[in-house]
Write a protein that binds this ligand. Structure first.
Ligand code: NAD
Ligand code: TYD
Length: 342
């Protein structure tokens, strides 16, 4: 079995590579990554010498490059994690999101059509469903919930999802799509909520909470997401969408307070800053389908997962301090410098 994993130098893709190489001794895993600001080769150090692993620096929009890799490797499956993934960046500059997330997906699927594939899997997000109101805790996203996006990021992911399902119907491409809620865990890029708050708290810097911090996200430990994808690519039905989430809704402000508590830092570090434009209020997944069809259930409880994650950031300071010391400083100044207090 040869599997191309795109975006494998990023947060979830790298965790997926570790999971697959650890579990399947006879699988050849090929990581395709452009190494954007979010991709990090040092993340892949533990597997660089593994005989079943190959890293290829390549943009998924590069049709010629992608075709020649398919010709050479003849993959059985493709799992597409490669994407521009940060909502705040998409609000500043949408274009690259359309290129990578939509056009890149099309190039990969065209390669699958041309060279043949057993499974193309699209890693998508619950953000394609838009948001739910805070005063209706009875509502959840199911696979039937209409697509109703809020940000350029989620719109680009939704565009890609529609294209993937169209390639199934039109060309019979054997596809699956997973739509997961917010992930957390090791190797999460330090500009996203949880790692950003850990890094800032450790440096006694302000903890910038958007708006009132009442927005709700449904957090899932990254390993549980990787196990869900592993199940879907092996046992999921072609042409189907599977929602992935663990009924773990938390308000942003409560997460930030929890991080303060775990790190023994004062809540006075919390600073309420101007809200994100178009900020989604609540995400909440109904995972009934993946549970009843494939037997998937999340294994890591939030209280354990967040402790493991904080421990990982304490034990792996070099990984994120290196990132923070690069272009990150100018990003941080641009996004938070003039944001002001709410
Ligand atoms: P990430 O930003 O950490 O990693 C993305 C990776 O893709 C990086 O290594 C980057 O270099 C690579 N990449 C970007 N553009 C590329 C291109 N044109 N060609 C090749 N590689 C390219 O993202 P993540 O958080 O690991 O998310 C991975 C996938 O999972 C994304 O598709 C995202 O939409 C989806 N997802 C993420 C979450 C979450 O909570 N992080 C939740 C649900 C779904
Ligand atoms: P993020 O990690 O960017 O994920 P997403 O927007 O895809 O859900 O943000 C998670 C939540 O945290 C979201 O409601 C925005 C909020 N947030 C802050 O309040 N402050 C911050 O500095 C960041 C990065 C996010």
């Amino acid at each position: 079995m040869t599997i191309i994993v795109t975006g494998g130098a990023g947060f979830i893709g790298s965790n997926f590579l570790f999971h697959m190489l650890g579990k399947y001794e006879n699988y050849r895993m090929i990581c395709v990554d452009k190494l954007t600001y979010a991709g990090n080769l040092s993340t892949l150090e533990p597997i660089m010498d593994n005989k079943n692993f190959r890293f290829v620096k390549l943009d998924i929009c590069d049709r010629e490059g992608v075709y020649s890799l398919f010709q050479e490797e003849k993959p059985d499956m493709v799992v597409n994690f490669a994407a521009e993934s940060h909502v705040d960046r998409s609000i500043e500059d949408p274009e690259i999101f359309l290129k990578t997330n939509i056009m890149g997906t099309a190039v990969l699927m065209d390669a699958c059509r041309k060279y043949g594939i057993k499974r193309y899997h699209q890693v998508s997000t619950d953000e394609v469903y838009g948001d739910l109101p805070l005063d209706r805790p009875d509502l959840f996203f199911t696979e039937q919930t209409p697509i109703h996006t809020s940000s350029p990021y989620s719109s680009s992911k939704a565009g890609a999802d529609l294209l993937v399902l169209a390639y199934h119907r039109t060309y019979g491409l054997p596809v699956t799509v997973s739509r997961c809620s917010n992930n957390y865990g090791p190797y999460h890029f330090p500009e996203k909520l949880i790692p950003l708050m850990i890094a800032n708290a450790l440096a006694d810097k302000p903890l910038p909470v958007y708006g009132k911090g009442e927005n709700v996200r449904d957090w899932l430990y990254v390993e549980d997401h990787c196990k869900a994808i592993d199940l879907i690519i092996h046992k999921g039905r072609e042409g189907e969408v599977y929602n992935v989430g663990g009924h773990n809704e938390m308000k942003n402000i409560d997460i930030v307070k929890l991080i303060c508590k775990e790190l023994n830092k004062p809540e006075s570090l919390i600073t309420f800053v101007a809200d994100r434009k178009g900020h989604d209020m609540r995400y909440a997944i109904d995972p009934t389908k993946i549970h009843s069809e494939l037997g998937w259930l999340p294994e890591t409880k939030f209280e354990d997962g967040i402790k493991k994650t904080i421990r990982w950031y304490l034990d792996n300071k070099k990984w994120w301090e290196d990132i923070i010391s690069r272009d990150y400083q100018s990003y941080y100044e641009k996004m938070y410098g003039n944001r002001g207090e709410a």
